[in-house]
Write a protein that binds this ligand. Structure first.
Ligand code: AMP
Length: 629
């Protein structure tokens, strides 16, 4: 077995030779000429001169060896449906969807926004875009109209693909009315809207704009749409994520580098083999869904499960029953989901035959020891933490058992993955921290490896200014996470350096929530912070100053205003952004120069020492928060 240290070292020191080898994992129409063009840092152009297609590598490539093997399994415990598609069938459905998109005017390079529940048609739409060289932008179905509108505006899609509704916990969640609202709010108007009618909710159709998938499917049944060979650097998709400012960033991904990185990770990290089944419990609206529900497993020739529903319905054994039924070998989930399952009857873990399963990968938020221990004892399988971001597209830190088996260490997602030249920087001096157990900002020296973001959609300056920093002799990408590294090279993530919070593995910008709450007519100022929570990792907590406090005379009136604000967040951002509580204060803790002291508020909420407060304008502000907590 090769030595992982040497494997990693080579990926940095002999970068082009290393990645040229990895590039052989996928099909190219034209071979790349230049492995990495880093002549204009921090912009890395991977596999230049090469042409390929993501859909070809995920679907068509497998038609020769495994046409009748299952490729996609769409399970919904909400609608009690289970549908499987072989590679041949998937190929046909994707071509029909591609023909429908072409019919609606989509061309290479155009954007298609996908606002869909976890149904097979969402995967068809993503793959169809890749097939014709269109750029998809999937928006998580839990986002409401204002968030959706800002994404529509930024992506300026030619077509939006959506559905009548999703369903959660047996409750229908309409999508179409939210989409209509978002389209009314957005100054960009798509040419057409393609709608999948699941017959869960009534759908008002706008003549001339809205088209039904059912009729286009009939029209383009048996369509033959060849793959469009695109440059390796052609954008495959954008995916919006939160940062420090209120405006979400469109993370832009390429085609060739992404396909190579995913293909490599499927073998070296996930150890998944063609013909096996992969089950990621994430949602296509998140990066994990892009990389490890849709593209990664399919590129590897695996069957992939798309799951709509809760982990505890009909009972907490549902996921394990799927592992048994489909002989899942690799599973991927988030710590919050495991914490939810932990509250269920432990016998559920023993009810099913889980012998096929080799490992459970967990990511998206810190994995706490009791949760890791519980699931490890219960399953008796490898539990593999992995740390990455929307921006990276695949793990930055974990262990690569497919290269060399390595032990996991509790509390650490692992060591630096190949291609990532990970470093820790002293925040104050910008100097690299050498030696063990020092806290610094986790950064990656450029170029970022294949698969990582190319830029911010339509905003190169924002990409450079947000993420990159010059430190003596190098240009480094900031992950915005604090970390330490032990003597064995294992990293420990200590939380974000910016105003991003992580609720149940979902990344939210506190500024986005603040902007939304400030839109309430009776709120003059608000601070939102993330507070530790035993189930969700963190929850959002809001402290607001009201304009006219005369109505806030008792608990009842305060609850009423709190309810109004929560409803406003639900309607604008979606329930995932809703604060756990909105508390009212007369003044917010700020520095004398007017900067909100979010970290001090957070510390007080968590019962910690708020640290040095000498720059605070009005000490009573923090006392009000202390009294409320
Ligand atoms: P997202 O872009 O939504 O995937 O969120 C990325 C952020 O989630 C990272 O910057 C970390 O703050 C956090 N995160 C992701 N994975 C882990 C992990 N395994 N351990 C700790 N934090 C994580």
């Amino acid at each position: 077995m090769p030595d992982y240290q040497a494997f990693h070292r080579r990926s940095i020191d002999d970068r082009d030779a290393f990645w040229a080898e990895q590039a052989n994992r996928i099909d190219w129409q034209t071979q790349p000429q230049t492995i990495c063009d880093y002549s204009n840092p921090p912009f890395a152009r991977w596999f230049e001169g090469g042409t390929t297609n993501l859909c070809h590598n995920a679907v068509d490539r497998h038609l020769k060896d495994r046409p009748d093997q299952i490729a996609l399994i769409a399970v919904s415990t909400e609608t009690d449906t289970e549908q499987t598609y072989t590679f041949r069938q998937l190929h046909a459905h994707v071509q029909t969807m591609a023909a429908a998109l072409l019919d609606l005017g989509v061309r290479k390079g155009d954007r298609v926004l996908i606002y869909m529940p976890m149904v097979a048609e969402a995967a068809f739409a993503m793959l169809a875009c890749a097939r014709i060289g269109a750029i998809h932008s999937v928006v998580f179905g839990g986002f409401a109209s204002v968030s959706l509108a800002s994404r529509i505006e930024d992506a300026s899609p030619v077509v939006v693909v959506s559905a009548d509704a999703g369903s959660r916990g047996g409750k229908v969640v309409p999508y179409k009315p939210l989409l209509d609202e978002a389209l009314a709010l957005s100054s960009h108007k798509p040419q057409a809207v393609l709608l999948v009618d699941r017959q869960l909710a009534p759908m008002a159709m706008t003549a001339g704009r809205d088209h039904s998938w059912a009729s286009l499917q009939t029209k383009h049944h048996n369509a033959v749409v060849p793959c469009e060979w695109v440059d390796a650097t052609h954008p495959s998709y954008t995916l919006y994520t939160s940062g420090t400012t209120g405006k979400p960033k469109g993370v832009q991904r390429d085609t060739g580098g992404y396909a190579v990185a995913l293909a490599a990770s499927m073998e070296t990290i996930f150890c998944g083999k063609a013909g096996e089944t992969y089950f990621s419990t994430s949602d296509i609206g998140w990066v994990v869904g892009h990389s490890y529900i849709v593209y990664g497993p399919l590129i590897a020739g695996m069957a992939t499960i798309m799951y709509e529903g809760l982990p505890i319905r009909p009972d907490g054994g549902i996921w394990w029953s799927l592992v048994e039924k489909y002989k899942v070998t690799v599973m991927f989930s988030a710590p919050t989901a495991i914490r939810v399952l932990k509250k269920q009857d432990p016998a559920l873990l023993k009810r099913y035959d889980l012998s096929s399963l080799r490992a459970l990968f967990l990511a998206g938020e810190p994995l706490d020891e009791p949760t890791a221990q519980w699931i490890s004892d219960g399953l008796g399988k490898d539990i593999i933490d992995n740390y990455w971001q929307t921006e990276s597209g695949w793990p930055i830190l974990t262990i690569a058992n497919g290269v060399e088996k390595a032990p996991s260490k509790f509390g650490s997602p692992g060591i630096a993955m190949y291609g990532y030249d990970v470093k820790l920087l002293d925040e104050a001096t910008g100097e690299e921290l050498h030696g063990a157990d020092k806290k610094g900002v986790l950064v990656i020296e450029g170029p970022l490896p294949p698969g990582c973001m190319q830029t911010v959609w339509q905003d190169d300056a924002r990409f450079v200014n947000t993420y990159w920093k010059s430190v003596p002799g190098k240009l480094v990408y900031s992950t915005f996470d604090w970390a330490t590294r032990d003597k064995d090279g294992y990293y420990f993530i200590l939380g974000r350096t910016d105003d991003v919070i992580n609720v149940a593995g979902h990344r939210l910008g506190t500024r986005e929530i603040e902007e939304c709450i400030s839109g309430h007519p009776n709120i003059s100022e608000v601070a939102v912070v993330g507070v530790a929570d035993t189930l969700k990792g963190q929850v959002a907590m809001a402290f607001a100053v009201v304009k006219d406090a005369s109505g806030l005379v008792d608990d009842k009136s305060r609850f009423a205003l709190e309810g109004e604000i929560m409803k406003l967040v639900d309607q604008s951002i979606g329930a995932i952004g809703r604060p756990a509580r909105v508390r009212f204060v007369t003044v917010l803790p700020k520095t004398r120069s007017g900067k909100l002291l979010r970290r001090a508020i957070q510390a007080v909420c968590e019962g910690r020492d708020p640290g040095d407060l000498t720059t605070m304008e009005d000490p009573s502000a923090l006392q009000q928060i202390r009294d409320l907590m």
